[in-house]
Write a protein that binds this ligand. Structure first.
Ligand code: UD1
Length: 417
């Protein structure tokens, strides 16, 4: 089993290049199911979820090659497969994103229901209801969604909550539907815009991505094209917090600062010294004060940054309240942070963080992707040698984490035990 050993307390100086966004790359890969033509994706991060999606595409009849770092090229073999099996979907919920494209392209799909995960129940009921409105016939059997349709037809879909995956699934399905689909109360995350940009390159007709209402005029078929995936705003945000804790002019490059503006504002309000350009952030440690945050859909404070921000607040002088409004069980990192000396009380959706508490190294267990990132941050700031177990969570979404950190002065190494 691979683990990470971190010797805490070292200042971070130098440059980290932010990689491509996992959460944009995964829907982009799913979208390649909509065409047999060649699609070239650049800036695809080398993370495990991307490997998993490439394997899934291969099972579904897409030829996938990775000719250079960060580049994935796909070409359809005539959509031969239609099943996404439980073994794969259970390791990565985003595999559910193949449902919309498969249905639209082939008229049938059998996709395992993802089930719950460490951060909550995370149902897919809104994805299913929307696809039904577009004319899909759905049956749930043996834990699978069995879906069939002739050609999907355009529909008026009003989401009662803005769901990122649901918006992506429907937007992809609607590109090949007959007529016009309108998605109301759509998610507005930058990853939605990025997917719309890719689909448009392939020949789709989409208006309004990034706003609450997205309109998709269905076309007969999509072609090929080249697309550059946007930078990973959560990876950037994670290094931003590392810089706020230990930075001495830690520079982040290759980012879109606007995509993480709320996180930048909150971290700056906590006392970190931050200078930004449109694609570059320089962060240095300052006197840290408590700042309350509440997770919200974009452009609000991202739930995927909540765990990392909590570590920052353990070092602030005073008490901060962190409210999680997106997922019901996203405080799995708290018991591990307690073991490192943090003073955090959970009351329902709120976590009260009392700082400053010196953190001390411990052997800790990663429970999900972003919780793991928070443990890395805690390890960087803790006194002594922290060991993080279950590294596979981290590897799902962070590219070259230990190399990137080591380059800027952290003492981090991966080892096997
Ligand atoms: C995506 C991101 C994830 C991020 C989340 C919220 C990817 C691969 N993952 O996840 O990193 O934390 O957005 O920004 O992009 N919901 C339902 N029914 C549905 C769909 C969602 O009840 O059919 C609920 C969820 O349980 C959750 C909320 O809606 O409470 C938001 O979920 P959603 O935006 O769909 O998140 P994901 O797309 O799964």
């Amino acid at each position: 089993m691979e683990k990470l050993r971190i010797e805490g307390g070292h200042a971070l100086t130098g440059t980290v290049a932010v990689g491509g966004a996992k959460n944009a790359a995964l829907p982009a890969l799913a979208a390649t199911l909509l065409t047999d033509a060649e699609v070239r994706l650049h800036n695809v991060p080398a993370v495990r979820d991307v490997d998993t999606t490439c394997r899934l595409l291969d099972q579904l009849g897409v030829e996938v090659s990775r000719p250079a770092p960060g580049v994935v090229v796909t070409r359809g073999r005539g959509a031969t497969g239609s099943e996404a099996a439980y073994d794969l979907v259970k390791t990565m919920r985003a595999s559910f994103l193949v449902l919309g494209p498969l249905l639209a392209r082939t008229g049938r799909a059998r996709v395992s229901l993802p089930g719950g995960c460490a951060i909550g129940a995370r149902p897919v009921d809104r994805h299913l209801a929307a696809l039904e409105e577009m004319g899909a016939e759905l049956h749930l059997e043996d834990g699978y969604v069995e879906a069939r349709c002739d050609r999907l037809r355009g529909a008026e879909i009003a989401f009662d909550i803005p769901t990122v995956g649901g918006t992506e699934n429907c937007m992809m399905a609607a590109t090949l539907a007959e007529g016009t689909t309108t998605l109301r109360n759509a998610a507005r995350e930058p990853e939605i815009n990025d997917l719309a940009a890719l689909l448009t390159t392939l020949g789709a007709r989409i208006e309004g991505a990034g706003s609450h209402t997205i309109t998709i005029h269905g076309v007969e078929e999509l072609g090929g094209g080249t697309h550059h995936v946007i930078p990973d705003r959560i990876e950037a945000g994670t290094y931003l917090v590392a810089g706020a804790l230990l930075g001495n002019e830690l520079e982040l490059t290759h980012c879109v600062t606007e995509h993480l503006q709320t996180a930048v504002d909150r971290v700056r309000a906590s006392g970190a010294q931050i200078v930004t350009d449109s694609d570059r952030i320089v962060v240095s440690r300052g006197e840290l004060h408590p700042v309350d945050v509440r997770t919200q859909p974009y452009p609000g404070f991202p739930t995927d940054m909540q765990a990392q921000f909590m570590v920052l607040m353990t070092q602030a002088v005073g008490s901060a309240v962190i409210r999680e409004t997106i997922f019901e069980n996203r405080f799995m990192h708290v018991p591990e942070l307690h073991r490192m000396g943090a003073d955090i009380t959970i009351d329902g959706h709120n976590a009260l963080v009392r700082g400053p508490t010196p953190l001390s190294a411990a052997h800790v267990m990663a429970t999900d992707l972003r919780a793991s990132a928070s443990l890395v941050l805690a390890g960087l700031v803790a006194e002594g040698e922290t060991v993080i177990d279950r590294l596979y969570h981290l590897d799902r979404g962070y590219e070259n984490l230990e190399q990137k950190l080591a380059t800027v002065g952290a003492r981090v190494e991966r080892f096997r035990e």
